[in-house]
Design a protein around this ligand. Structure first.
Ligand code: GDP
Ligand code: GDP
Length: 437
């Protein structure tokens, strides 16, 4: 399981600023895509390939017990109680307030490992701010200026030092021929129907992965002679704990499943189109750089006219993930499943394809000669060479000069060119641009 870090504090101390500083995706390309939304409360802090944690901005934890504020406060408390580490954020300019005192009292009761984070330290006396909060009695106190990113890297190091090791060893430790697949989607799209059908079919051997029988559940599956590990889906949990008939949508669990899989299968409901919650799950898949197959379920119940309408709507809503294969299925009747697994394999193969330096340079050369970058106010980018920068997702590092004026549209052109040339389907593709030689 990925560790969970909760930001707790009264309104206006800078929690969302800190949240953004921690979770901002380094991949600018996937940002600001129409059709993708991000859950504003949950995000993943990615340091490198190995060290990730989930951050939750709990909003205002204080509030009366009535109405909306009360519901927010209860949710915030629940998140903080689940957390492996609480960052108690306070405002260094204003000093301790009555609300901070309330939160502190509550935090003491919750008894989670907690670090006091004094924010807005820019331009003020740090020692004075520290001494103002000394009476709170924290051993671990950090001073930061979230809006300037000052101290944020130290904070991340401190947080990591206090977090449990990622306990996902059992799930991630598979033989290389076993593909880790997560079925993700909002409630009621048909995830458990699909998973139960897969596990119930003949010719398939399903077994629970040892050590994963409680919260994070994975099952191994063999289908048509190929090996899979199905990861942490609501469907699996439901199968294991029947009493949890109504499982509420958990962004945290969805994020975890996405982190642990190699191919995310996003399930949509043909009768409902693409909802905001779907877009949130999709945003998380893109942020994680996972291979993706889109499944449109409940295809059985539709008339021809409804199918045409659904097709038109979906192709518009999903146009920005054109690279993802879309498979229509009926989990209920078991139709389309063969196509689904073929698409999973293609996505996995594309995501893990290895590239040679000469083939990628040949591609860059042809792309460049066919369509050189435009002149922007008299400046033209020069692309000199490219080297493969890793798989999952395939990454290409382009070196050149005056790359600052390389338009986004040209970057998309390069991406599409490489996709076509190397027949990459079902996976995001990343380009990084390095100035100089
Ligand atoms: P939240 O309500 O706790 O989520 O607080 P926000 O992140 O919305 O921040 C509240 C205000 O404080 C905003 O106007 C921020 O720009 C400002 N702020 C956040 N971090 C800093 C900081 O490090 N220094 C200064 N001077 N202002 C900050
Ligand atoms: P989950 O919350 O995503 O796990 O969704 P469920 O598997 O519990 O399915 C929600 C509802 O949709 C149930 O009533 C299912 O019977 C129904 N359902 C699931 N798959 C299909 C399908 O392919 N066609 C139709 N018509 N209904 C389906």
């Amino acid at each position: 399981m990925l560790p969970l870090v909760a930001l707790v504090g009264r309104p206006n101390v800078g929690k969302s600023t800190l949240f953004n500083a921690l979770t901002r995706s380094r991949d600018a390309l996937v940002h600001d895509q129409p059709g993708v939304t991000r859950d504003r409360n949950y995000g993943v802090c990615r340091l490198d390939e190995e060290r990730h944690f989930v951050v939750v901005d709990t909003g205002g934890i204080a509030g009366d017990e009535e109405g909306l504020a009360g519901a927010t406060a209860r949710q915030a408390r629940a998140a903080a109680e689940e957390a492996d580490l609480v960052l108690f954020v306070v405002d260094g300019r204003e000093g301790p307030s009555a609300l901070d005192d309330d939160i502190l009292r509550w935090l003491r009761k919750a008894a989670r490992p907690t670090v006091l984070v004094i924010n807005k330290i820019d331009g003020i006396d740090e020692e004075a701010a520290r001494s103002e909060f000394a009476r709170y009695g924290f051993e671990d106190v950090l001073t930061i200026a979230a809006s300037h990113r000052q101290g944020v890297d130290d904070l991340v190091d401190e947080a990591l030092a206090r977090l449990p090791e990622e306990g996902a060893g059992e799930i991630l430790d598979t033989d290389p021929n076993r593909i880790r697949v997560a079925f993700v989607g909002r409630p009621n799209v048909g995830k458990s129907t699909l998973v139960n059908r897969l596990l119930g079919e003949e010719r398939m051997i399903a077994s629970d992965v040892p050590g994963t029988t409680r919260d994070s559940i994975a099952v191994d599956l063999e289908r048509d002679g190929r090996l899979y590990r199905l990861i942490d889906t609501a469907g699996l949990r439901r199968r294991a704990r029947v009493e949890e008939a109504v499982e509420k949508f958990s962004v945290f669990k969805t994020l975890q499943a996405i982190e642990q899989c190699q191919v995310a299968v996003l399930m949509l409901d043909a009768t409902e189109g693409v909802t905001d919650q779907d877009a949130t799950v999709l945003g998380a898949v893109l942020d994680a750089g996972r291979a993706l197959v889109v499944v449109i379920n409940k295809w059985d119940g539709l008339t021809t006219y409804q199918r045409e309408q659904a097709e038109a709507l979906l192709s518009r809503k999903l146009s920005f993930v054109e690279w993802a294969e879309v498979v229509r299925i009926s989990a209920l009747h078991g139709s389309g499943l063969r196509e689904l697994f073929k698409a999973v394999h293609r996505a996995h193969a594309s995501a893990n394809r290895e590239f040679g330096t000469s083939e990628v340079n040949k591609a860059l050369e042809i792309a460049y000669e066919t369509n050189p970058p435009p002149s922007i106010r008299g400046h033209v980018s020069k692309l000199r060479y490219v080297h493969p920068g890793g798989a999952n997702p395939p990454t290409f590092v382009v070196h050149g000069t005056r790359l600052k004026v390389l338009p986004e549209s040209y970057k998309r052109y390069l991406e599409n060119f490489f996709r076509k040339r190397f027949k990459l389907v079902g996976t995001p593709v990343r380009f990084m641009f390095r100035e100089g030689t």
